[in-house]
Every structure is written in C-alpha cells, then in structure tokens.
Design a protein around this ligand. Structure first.
Ligand SMILES: Nc1ncnc2c1ncn2[C@@H]1O[C@H](COP(=O)(O)OP(=O)(O)O)[C@@H](O)[C@H]1O
Ligand SMILES: [Mg+2]
Length: 521
C-alpha cells in the first residue's frame, strides 16, 4: 500500500477512536489512538522519505494531535498500558517487598501493537496548556545532514523554523541551523532518531524503500495475546524471564548498575518445547510490540539485501519500543564461521557481522529486547552466543508438566472427560521424551477418536476406512445426522491408540535421518 494510503487508513482509525471517545468508551478509544500513533510514529521515523518534507510535517502534526488526545483520555481515567502503568506507580511509591512470581497477569492483556504508542505517547507527556507554551526550549542535538539519520525528512527542507506540538509533544525544528529543540526533553516520545540522530539507520531513501520497510513491518509484526500462564510447565524458565523482564519493569530502581537487567536472551532446546510460544506470551503479558524475524523474511525475500533488512528490523523495533525483536531459528542467521554449513560464505559472514553490530548498538534504555531461539546451539557462532547475555535452556516437559498438559486438555469444554488418576499416570509415563508440541499432537489425535467413530471411520491401520464426499449421505452416521449426535467421552484407550501413531518428533527425525523404517507400532 502506498504511504499516502497507509496514512489515510491510520486517520480513519483515529476517526474511529474519536467516535469511541464520544461514545464514552475511553479505554477502547485510548487503545485505538495508541495503535494509530504507534504506526504513524513508525512511518514518520523510518518510512517517510527525505524528499517529502510536507508529508513529514503532516505526520508530525497528526502524531502530536493523537498523542494529545491519548493524554487527555488518560487524564479522564482511560487505562494506560499495564506495564507502563506499573512502572510509573513504582517510581512514585517507595519500594515494597517483592513477591516472587508476582507477574502483572491480572492486568488486562492487549495486543503488542497497543503498547508502543502507549509508551511513546506516555513519554511525550506534553501539557498543552499555557505552561508548555512558555516552556524553555532545550537544544536536543544537531541534525547533521552528513550523518545518516532517519529524521532527514525535515532537515532537507527549506531554512525555517517550525513548532510541532499543537498541544502534544512540543518540538521545534530549526531546519536552517539543522538543530532540534524540545520543551520538555525528558518527556519526549521515544523517537531516538528525532533526538539528534542517535539512530543507526540508513539514510532516508525513496518512497519505494519506504514501502519496503512497511512490508517488512507487516511481515514481522505479530499480534499476540495471553500471558506466560498459558505456557504449560517450564516454571524455571518463566521464573527466569520474570526476574529478567517483569521485575525490572515493576522495580526499576532496584535494577541498576551491576543489577542491570539483560536485554538479549537466547532460548535453546529441542524443537516443539515452546520457545516461540514463550516469547509470544511474554510479549503479550508485558504489552511489548513483537517483531518476529524468521530466516525466510531476511534471507530469501531480501536476497542480496539481508543486512539491510536486519538493520530495518532493528530500527523498527526501536521506533516501536518497548518491543521484542524475536530472531527465530537464529542459528540460520548466525552460523558458526568456518562451520562449513554455509558459514564460510561471504554473504552469511556479512549478515552475521551486521547482526552482531546491531545487537551491540542497542542501548540499554532503548526498550528493545532481543530474543533468539534455536534448537541447534552448536551451529551458532561463538561471538553471537556471547551477545546473548542470558542463555536459557527450554527443556522437554517433565512428568508433572506432561500431566498438566493432559489435565488441561481433558478439562477443555469441548472434551470435558476427566480420566481416573491411574489412567493419567499410565499415559504420562508412556509419553517420556515427548515435547510440548508432541503432547499437543497426541491430545489432538486422541480427541479425534470419538469423532471418527461418529462417522463410522476407523483407523486405516484397522482396515476399512470409507471416505465420503462432501454432501454425500451415507449410513446411520452421515454428516447430516452428526449434528444431533453426542460425541462420547474420551477414554484412556483413545490415548493408547494415539500413542501407537504419535511419537516424539525427535525420535522420528533421528530414525528418518538414519534411514530406518519406523515400526508400525
Ligand atoms: N509449554 C507449552 N505449553 C503449551 N503449549 C506448548 C508448550 N510447548 C509447546 N506447545 C505447543 O506446541 C506448539 C509449538 O511450540 P513452539 O513454541 O513453536 O516450539 P519451539 O519454538 O520450541 O519449536 C505450540 O504452538 C503449542 O501448541
Ligand atoms: Mg519455534
């Protein structure tokens, strides 16, 4: 979509927010403004090309207006983002004894997109009254045209001075002097690029490049919901994430100096153990924007331009902070140099170097967490491993966790089939070595057994599996009648039958690679 259309759709979203505000739905209105402002901030920060200063000015004014509305809604009691709200409260209150495992999970969860502007807007503060108009203008930094910075949009404009505030963030651009000023710099939105070119981004490019950035954002931005409580088991991993991410959000005053929380995490462990799920749920619970980069979004689509895509992703994460940049299958991006597995290739070396540079370049206060996930730690470059300050193993579920998986599945409303404890114990014992994903497959297959019966289908292994076409009626248990038929409860036998078919993926992979023919039972 062209940049203009993109901005128009954000304006429509802001118009809806206004409707919601008029209807008294303050929380929903604030969330809508926050989303629109977050997207617009990103557009302004990295997509609006240097050649379009007017467009930049329009965006800046819209952003100021929406941020102002957001502040006004908050003043009227609309909820801020839970994490930010807690942080603010903590800063105002004396430190209290911390409770282990006291995640803010009771707070309402919102999608990641809600948050960036919530924070950004929150930072922009900007009292719009006369006091702000009287504010002292503080010099923020030079807008040096020679230094690549994404704020070049305005610096290329004619020599004049422009106030951008309109009741929102009070900013003044002095294009002629190439300088920028703010009324309340400590309350400035987290547009690092605006504040004097601290951005590592590339020089502003043409509109097509802007569209490419937007496309990357579309590919990477993931809507998330829920909380870490949705992840079964993995208590030690959740505790570790709690200490490294949530506690510092709740008690920032305690996490300074040597206690500075880590920002770069590597989750490693067998496939299907829930690494991706953990990152998604963490981002949802903390209310962070989640930008997920898979090797395919970097390596194939952006073939020949992978470093650039990586750079853009980091820039986007900064612009949308607080954010999690998730590098899934990070081993593919950072293969050990000299490993022979593509690691000698000059292009992959360049990409790895870029990744290391980008990770180094992230400041502790930029609000960007980098999470990597891999099931091939041995393939990761040593320098890359060092960059991940916290490396956390995500193990296979233990007995208790497997029991939890089964219990939670059996308790689902569509299943509602509690099993006697001895049966459960037997199934749990038979699933040694299963990952979370294997457990999910097993449960799904077992849950299908009563449905197969309903349609007179039997397991192919048992012979006689008659397939009917859509619309074809057949026998007493035809599709038409099924709607009125009750599905029987699950039994331990259903799990035992499923266990014959479903085996741990790791075992299948091992046997497959060894050329063994899997045994039928
Ligand atoms: N601990 C867990 N709790 C709940 N579901 C899980 C867990 N581990 C795995 N799963 C299930 O398996 C699927 C795949 O997990 P995923 O996070 O993609 O694994 P990984 O990234 O480690 O390969 C998830 O979508 C989820 O359905
Ligand atoms: Mg994964």
């Amino acid at each position: 979509m062209a940049l203009g259309h993109e901005i128009a759709s954000l304006q429509a979203q802001a118009a809806q927010a206004l409707d919601l505000e008029m209807a008294g739905a303050l929380d929903a209105a604030a969330s809508s403004y926050a989303k629109a402002a977050s997207q617009l901030r990103y557009l302004l920060d990295v997509c609006v090309p240097r050649s379009q200063p007017d467009l930049a000015a329009v965006c800046a004014n819209l952003l100021a207006a929406w941020t102002h509305r957001l502040r006004a809604l908050e003043a009227r009691g609309a909820r801020r983002h839970p994490a930010q709200q807690e942080q603010q409260q903590q800063q105002q209150q004396p430190a209290t004894a911390d409770r282990v495992g006291d995640r803010p999970s009771d707070a309402p969860h919102e999608g990641g997109m809600d948050t960036a502007a919530g924070d950004g807007g929150g930072g922009s503060g900007g009292d719009s009254g006369p006091a702000a108009a009287e504010a002292q203008w503080v010099h923020l930094g030079e807008r040096d045209a020679a230094r690549p910075s994404l704020d070049g949009t305005a610096s290329a404009a004619s020599a004049n001075t422009e106030d951008c505030g309109g009741g929102g963030p009070m900013l003044r651009f002095d294009y002629g002097a190439g300088a920028m000023y703010a009324a309340e710099p400590e309350q400035l939105p987290p547009l690092a690029c605006w504040a004097g070119g601290a951005c590592s981004g590339s020089p502003p490019e043409g509109a097509s490049q802007g569209a490419a950035k937007l496309e990357l954002l579309r590919q990477c931005q993931r809507a998330v919901s829920g909380s870490l409580d949705d992840v079964v088991g993995l208590e030690s991993v959740k505790d570790e994430l709690d200490e490294a991410v949530f506690m510092p959000l709740r008690h920032p005053q305690l996490f300074k100096g040597i206690r500075r929380p880590p920002r770069h995490f590597l989750l490693y462990g067998a496939p299907g153990t829930g690494k991706t799920l953990l990152v998604e749920k963490l981002a949802a619970e903390a209310g962070f924007t989640l930008l997920a980069l898979s090797p395919s979004s970097i390596l194939s689509k952006w073939s020949g331009d992978s470093e650039k895509a990586l750079q853009l992703a980091f820039d986007a994460a900064r612009a949308m902070a607080p954010a999690v940049l998730f590098l899934d299958e990070v081993d593919a991006l950072g293969q050990a140099r000299g490993s022979g597995a593509g690691g000698d290739d000059a292009a992959s070396r360049r990409l790895l170097t870029e990744l290391l540079l980008q990770m180094n370049g992230l400041g502790p206060d930029e609000g960007v967490y980098v999470f990597g996930a891999t099931n091939r730690m041995a393939d990761c470059d040593a320098a890359l491993l060092r960059r991940f300050e916290r490396r956390v193993e995500v193990p296979l579920p233990d007995r208790a966790a497997r029991g939890e998986f089964l219990a939670s599945m059996l308790a689902r409303p569509e299943i509602n089939s509690p099993l006697p404890p001895p049966d459960l114990e037997r199934i749990v014992a038979a699933t040694e070595g299963f990952s979370g994903s294997d457990m999910a497959c097993l449960c799904r297959d077992a849950a299908m057994a009563p449905v197969r019966e309903l349609f007179g289908r039997r397991d192919p292994a048992g012979g006689g599996c008659k397939r009917r076409r859509l619309g074809e009626s057949g026998g007493a248990a035809g599709p038409g009648k099924a709607a009125g038929l009750a599905v029987r409860k699950l039994t331990a036998g259903d799990f035992e039958a499923a266990l014959v078919k479903i085996r741990p993926a790791a075992v299948d992979a091992r046997e497959g690679s060894a050329g063994a023919v899997p045994s039928p039972a």
